[in-house]
Design a protein around this ligand. Structure first.
Ligand SMILES: Nc1nc2c(ncn2[C@@H]2O[C@H](COP(=O)(O)OP(=O)(O)OP(=O)(O)O)[C@@H](O)[C@H]2O)c(=O)[nH]1
Length: 581
């Protein structure tokens, strides 16, 4: 059993081709989808993770800086409501920082970075917890400052009262002195001058005390403050020990020292209050600095984080760019490969395997239809086309048979009369066009009826076959139409052949039949079978037709028969058709 070659069928090839195209399309399509999804994932990561991280970190950095500003403002607030408001802002800002950091923690995947974020979160939470303490400290500082200010103010008022009272007394003394001078009461004048000197001295000491008290500054350090206090106390003691011999001076001393005393020496005197203010302010500021420092650390960390993530984004962005470039190239090459494959398969399977063989088969069919029997049949790889070609071969042989049947005489192998007539008409047109002679040789087996009668029809048939074969294979018959014209009658037309040449050929034919030496015992003129021949020629006479030409030959043959047979009669002169009939 003959094994079927794999993929020999066109159907199988096309099916395989479609499968390959589907698989290729799916592979390229799915690969593209997979790669684009991977790119999308990376892009999402870049946008959702890294860009969000940058945004949160930037916000964290800004908030930390704002928080630092709040601590600065808190270190120099002026009113209690401002202090309360700033503390609330601080609470809100720490809470905002905590939220921001928690968002960053949510996004972070790196463990080391996560540990840092958690450490900063603890710092924030600790700082936020310390705000009540800070509130207390700032309140203390504010109270101490208020107290110090109140005492300073009080001292200022005492100073004014003191200087006014002493000045009044000095004025009075001056007026008294003027009176004593005009009265020339020199002892009293001297007394007034002494009292004046004493009061002036008293005023000077008092003003020294007030000056030092006024120099107490809330922002001054404790050392300066202590020094001022020591100086003030020294002057106060001098004031206290002032002789104040006059009644007025003694009275003034009594009046004002009792007022100055609690502000300088009391349990909450000006210097203590000022020191308290400075100390509590310092403590509050220290705590504020701790808060500011914590915020500063967060700001530094956030800025650093922004830089880090930016670098990461740059690297990831570059990777993404490289990946998308690779993706584009991959798709491009896949497209080129795909196009090449489609072209190759199209060329190999469709063009070379189908279209070309179909065109070749179609051309071959057309050639066969046009009676070109020698047309080569196309080669085909495909089973279906092979079947077509095989069918075409059968058709070709049928066509050859039909052609043969329609042109060749079945008994003798010579052309038949129909083909001869067709050829002669065609030839006459050509010869008349080129003005060339055309000759007809018509011959008939002599006394053939008697031959049949003697030897029978089968031998008669053989006789006809032998004569036909012998004459049509003569060299002179090369490229001539040698036909059986009917019964035992044969005919030949000789193009471009004049009458003499045709007669010579006829003679060769006649002799050839005798050479066959076919016995004819009943022949009326010879022991062998002979033929009688009529020859006629047309020299492109106008109006000549096939019928008239054959008729002319027939007359010549008739004359040959009448002349005793086994001879040739040439009808040299072509007679007009009308005359012949
Ligand atoms: N065996 C055989 N005989 C045929 C064939 N065709 C025609 N004949 C015979 O040929 C004979 C022709 O006879 P006729 O027309 O009288 O002519 P003839 O006897 O040859 O005499 P002439 O032509 O005058 O010499 C007839 O008897 C036909 O039967 C054929 O194919 N085979």
């Amino acid at each position: 059993m003959k094994l079927k070659k794999p993929l020999s069928s066109l159907k199988e090839k096309l099916r395989l081709l479609i499968y390959i195209i589907i698989i290729l399309t799916l592979t390229i399509g799915l690969t593209s989808i997979g790669l684009s999804q991977e790119l999308q994932r990376k892009l999402d990561h870049l946008i959702n993770q890294d860009v969000s991280k940058i945004m949160y970190a930037l916000k964290l950095s800004n908030n930390s800086q704002e928080l630092q500003l709040t601590t600065v403002r808190l270190s120099s607030f002026s009113t209690n409501s401002e202090r309360t408001e700033l503390l609330n802002v601080l609470v809100e800002q720490w809470s905002g920082l905590e939220r921001g950091l928690l968002s960053l923690i949510e996004l972070e995947t790196d463990q080391a970075q996560l540990a840092k974020l958690n450490a900063h979160l603890s710092t924030i939470q600790l700082a936020a917890k310390q705000i009540p303490l800070l509130a207390q400290l700032t309140e203390n500082a504010q109270e101490a400052e208020t107290q110090a200010s109140r005492l300073k103010l009080n001292m200022g008022l005492i100073e004014k009262g003191f200087s006014r009272a002493v000045s009044n007394e000095l004025t009075k003394l001056d007026q008294k002195a003027d009176g004593y001078l005009s009265q020339k009461n020199y002892p009293q004048l001297q007394k007034s001058i002494d009292e004046h000197r004493e009061l002036t001295d008293f005023l000077h000491l008092g003003m020294q005390v007030f000056r030092l008290a006024a120099e107490v500054d809330d922002n001054a350090d404790n050392k300066t403050n202590n020094q001022l206090q020591r100086e003030a106390m020294r002057h106060f003691l001098a004031l206290k020990q002032h002789p104040s011999s006059s009644k007025i001076a003694a009275q003034l001393k009594e009046d004002w020292l009792s007022q100055i005393h609690p502000n300088l020496i009391g349990s909450s005197n000006l210097f203590i209050s000022s020191r308290d203010s400075v100390n509590s302010g310092r403590i509050a500021n220290t705590h504020l600095e701790i808060q500011a420092d914590a915020a500063h650390q967060i700001a530094l960390f956030s800025s650093k984080l922004v830089e880090q993530v930016k670098k990461q984004v740059d690297i990831e962005g570059q990777h993404l760019k490289d990946d998308s470039n690779s993706f584009v190239w991959l798709i491009f090459f896949a497209g080129v490969l795909y196009t090449f494959f489609i072209w190759l398969t199209n060329w190999h399977f469709i063009s070379k395997g189908i279209i070309q063989p179909v065109i070749a088969t179609s051309n071959a069919m057309q050639a066969i239809a046009n009676e070109k029997q020698n047309t080569p049949l196309p080669q085909a790889d495909n089973l279906e086309l092979q079947q077509m070609v095989s069918s075409l071969e059968t058709l070709k042989s049928y066509a050859a048979q039909v052609k043969s049947i329609s042109e060749i005489d079945g008994l003798t192998g010579a052309y038949n009369r129909r083909f001869f007539d067709h050829k002669l008409k065609h030839e006459l047109k050509s010869t008349s066009k080129f003005n060339q002679p055309i000759s007809i040789i018509l011959f008939d087996v002599d006394n053939f009826k008697l031959f049949n009668d003697r030897y029978g029809h089968v031998i008669g048939d053989q006789c006809l076959k032998r004569i036909s074969y012998a004459l049509k294979t003569l060299p002179e018959m090369q490229d001539r139409i040698f036909a059986r014209y009917g019964g035992e009658e044969f005919i030949v037309f000789l193009t471009a052949t004049d009458n003499q040449t045709a007669s010579d050929i006829a003679e060769i034919m006649r002799e050839e039949v005798i050479k066959l030496a076919i016995p004819h015992a009943d022949s009326l003129h010879n022991e062998l079978t002979t033929i009688s021949i009529g020859v006629t020629t047309s020299n492109s006479e106008p109006g000549i037709t096939a019928e008239t030409l054959i008729h002319q030959a027939d007359i010549a043959l008739y004359q040959a028969k009448a002349s005793g047979r086994n001879c040739i009669v040439s009808n040299l002169e072509f007679k007009a058709v009308n005359n012949l009939r």
